[in-house]
Design a protein around this ligand. Structure first.
Ligand code: NAP
Length: 309
């Protein structure tokens, strides 16, 4: 297969921390350009915007959109209309409906659209899914708590409409839950804590049930200051308690470690993107995003103290 000439759009935290090493560490790709208003990468062609990159007719095959969701759909449409394959950071957009238009556009333009869920590529997610297929699930508890000041420094967009607040990391937990649990589930109640000066929640408490009334409870919190983050999912079954911890990189049964592995989520994403391009396919699953939309639609809002970074 030909090398995929790729441009990163929006060179912020996740582009620097994860996309750059994953792309440059995969022989299927060449990082050909970066489009970012305020950031550059030594030795790589730079453009302030995606528009400038496309107007310059830079030879690229694909773009990785690492900008906030509120601007990503416009950028994805533009890139696809120029015949470029598109990898979307999570969440895939700011609204559910716009993802439908993107799917149609990808089909019409004959390009690959990949809505990524990096947490689904965590080391133990596939093993957890396999283990659960033969057990009866009794209840699920999700704890996803981190310090917003550490993990989202200077990201004012996270508090704006479309920024999703604590659901920005919380959706990672939902992407794992929707991948490992055998049945679809839906929200029945949500409590949202919203700082007085913000548009999006700083914490959320969610209750779901699945089709056979198994309860699924989730606690998301951005106020985990001075303590390590918690990114854990616990599943009680008729045959023991499965725990996926550290974002899915460790799996325990009844507290006994079964498996653990290195963080290779973005390596997995880029392998999958190359495979989708080779097969001429797209992969756009909105299941985790739908749960967030439901929480914002159904949730009780409680105003809490202002957030000052
Ligand atoms: P970030 O640090 O704010 O980076 C995003 C970059 O996009 C900014 O540095 C900015 O670069 C550009 N940008 C911001 N607003 C823009 C606008 N209105 N128009 C055009 N470009 C704009 O955010 P991030 O943490 O990397 O997150 C980006 C996406 O990745 C989010 O959807 C997030 O959910 C996802 N993600 C983040 C993490 C994480 O741990 N941080 C993990 C996984 C996924 P310029 O100013 O140079 O243009």
């Amino acid at each position: 297969m030909d090398i995929i000439r790729l441009a990163i759009v929006g060179y912020g935290k996740i582009a620097r921390d994860q996309h750059y090493p994953a792309i440059t560490g995969n022989a299927a790709y060449r990082l050909s350009a970066v489009a970012s208003r305020n950031a550059q990468v030594d030795g790589i062609a730079h453009f302030p915007t995606l528009e400038a990159l496309l107007e310059a007719e830079t030879p690229i095959d694909a773009v990785a959109l690492c900008t906030p969701a509120s601007v990503r759909t416009r950028q994805a449409r533009l890139a696809m209309s120029h015949g470029k394959h598109v990898l979307l950071e999570k969440p895939p957009g700011a609204t559910l409906a716009e993802i439908e238009t993107l799917k149609e556009e990808a089909h019409r333009c004959g390009v690959t659209l990949f809505a990524t869920w990096h947490s689904r590529h965590a080391h133990c997610v596939a093993s957890a899914r396999r283990w659960l297929t033969t057990r009866q699930i009794l209840r699920v508890d999700i704890d996803w708590k981190e310090d917003v000041r550490v993990w989202h420094p200077g990201q004012a967009w996270i508090w704006e409409p479309g920024g999703m607040g604590v659901f920005d990391p919380g959706i990672n937990a939902l992407s794992i839950a929707t991948a490992i649990l055998p049945r679809p589930f839906h929200l029945v109640e949500a409590q949202l804590q919203v700082p007085g000066n913000c548009q999006t929640p700083i914490a959320a408490s969610l209750d779901f049930v699945d089709g056979v009334n198994v309860p699924i409870h989730a606690e998301f919190d951005f106020r985990q200051a001075d303590t390590p983050p918690i990114w854990d999912i616990h599943v009680e079954t008729d045959d023991g308690r499965l725990s996926l911890t550290d974002g899915g990189s460790r799996m325990l049964i009844d507290g006994v470690l079964q498996e653990e592995g290195p963080d290779a989520e973005y390596a997995g994403l880029y392998e999958r993107f190359a495979a989708l391009i080779a097969r001429g396919q797209s992969d756009v699953d909105v299941a985790p995003f739908r749960h967030v939309a439901d929480a914002l639609m159904l949730g009780y809002r409680h105003t809490v103290e202002d957030f000052i970074e």
